[in-house]
Design a protein around this ligand. Sequence first.
Ligand code: 8BR
Ligand code: 8BR
Ligand code: GLC
Length: 452
Amino acid sequence: MVWGELYSSAFERVRAKVGNVKGVLLAYNTNIDAIKYLERNDLEARVERTGKEEVIQYSEELPESIKGVPQLLGSILWSVKRGKAAELYVESCPVRFYMRRWGWDELRMGGQVGIMANLIGGVYGIPVITHVPQLSKLQATLFNDGPIYVPRVEDGKLKLLHPREFNNNEENCIHYIYEFPRGFRVFDFEAPRENRFIGSADDYNPNLYIRSEFRERFDEIVPRVQLAIISGLQALTRKNYREPFEIIRGHLEVLNEKKVPVHLEFAFTPDKTVRKEILKLLPEIWSVGLNEVELASIMEVMGEKDLAEKLLASDPVNPIAVTEAMLKLAELGVRRIHFHTYGYYLALTSYRGDFVRDALLFAALAAAAKAKLGDVSLINDIASAMDVPINDKAKAVEEALVKEYGMKNGIAEVSGYQLAFIPTKIVEKPKSTVGVGDTISSSAFISEFVLR
Ligand code: 8BR
Ligand code: 8BR
Ligand code: GLC
């Protein structure tokens, strides 16, 4: 199989037609990411000053939320030690102030919605209507030029404005992102891979606050779009999920009535009650996107403990275990499941066609561009990722799928579904890892529609 040729052909076909999509709705989480690239001496000095013994305690077990500086620093160490991502809500004002004084190297658009808006609207040129819980001046400056809109009610009428024309001066929702490269050392910890810890100094997104324009005028927004992507359910807890879930159910009803396919972008959801509630939404959802940790955490609440363990047992993740887990999700009524992991993607669909695979290829180029540059601002940035090599480890994955399912050219038939596979391009020294997953899922979902 000549993946190189499939890659360039998929890219050209998506590029030629991507502008034809009429509109995409993006809800619910948008924020400001303040990115700090960690430095060893600085971090060690801060831990010493704060009290090493107490800090180290939290590097062994994450707290539920951040209530003090020792918890903040300990949670950062938790992530470094394991090379794993984590995100926690920062309750305490003094800690928010501490993070602000610690500073950042870069301010970037954050939240699944914000990241996807800049990509789909700003780079692909598709009109997007976005939910921004709080539109501060700073938040507004982070939106790209292009057909990106937020709704506003003026004299009883619903208008669509670019976020920079909104001028309402609402609050800043800042997420402090502490990034580290593979091999990053602090005390005797060494990061096995690049990743980040996120502290959210934000009272809106973690509670899935939904603006009045979206609560009251949703049925006027929906006719302007062909597709919808929802995200941001991950930080809810058993204590606060009920009200937003009620609104989301109402939104899904309107979207389904108007025949707008909905993609749900998963993110790690620590609360098991919320995870189970998300599963109940799946029959109303057309497509989902997730990684291995998210898939395993869902298998866990579905009572599939052994399968969950298998998903986390090897690197690269065993594709047969992934396929089995995807089949379990498909049985809940979702038509498309897009799995991404370091090295390869799979899509299980209730329909058939090479376009499913080709959409994954386009998404992998977008992901490589995002990992390499931190931010993708032109479609040519994506073209430049064509040079990034396809990773070697995916060969064994491909062979396993050929052997188990008789896969040909990345396509197989499994239990009445189509399984599509691609090996991905991996950037050797990525600039940043935040938002790569969002780039993958949204690019694949949109380009599948473009290629149909
Ligand atoms: P464990 O099963 O080891 O707890 O890991 C859970 C996974 O979810 C890890 O990959 C971790 O990076 C991620 N995670 C995120 Br994102 N937020 C988390 C949180 N608040 N608590 C625990 N794990 C979290
Ligand atoms: P999540 O944040 O949802 O886990 O998505 C991250 C995804 O980004 C991974 O599944 C992987 O496919 C991709 N990725 C990572 Br991490 N590092 C990458 C790199 N250096 N080059 C290309 N893709 C990468
Ligand atoms: C989560 C974080 C946000 C980050 C995004 C990247 O939504 O809250 O800060 O930008 O993930 O995927």
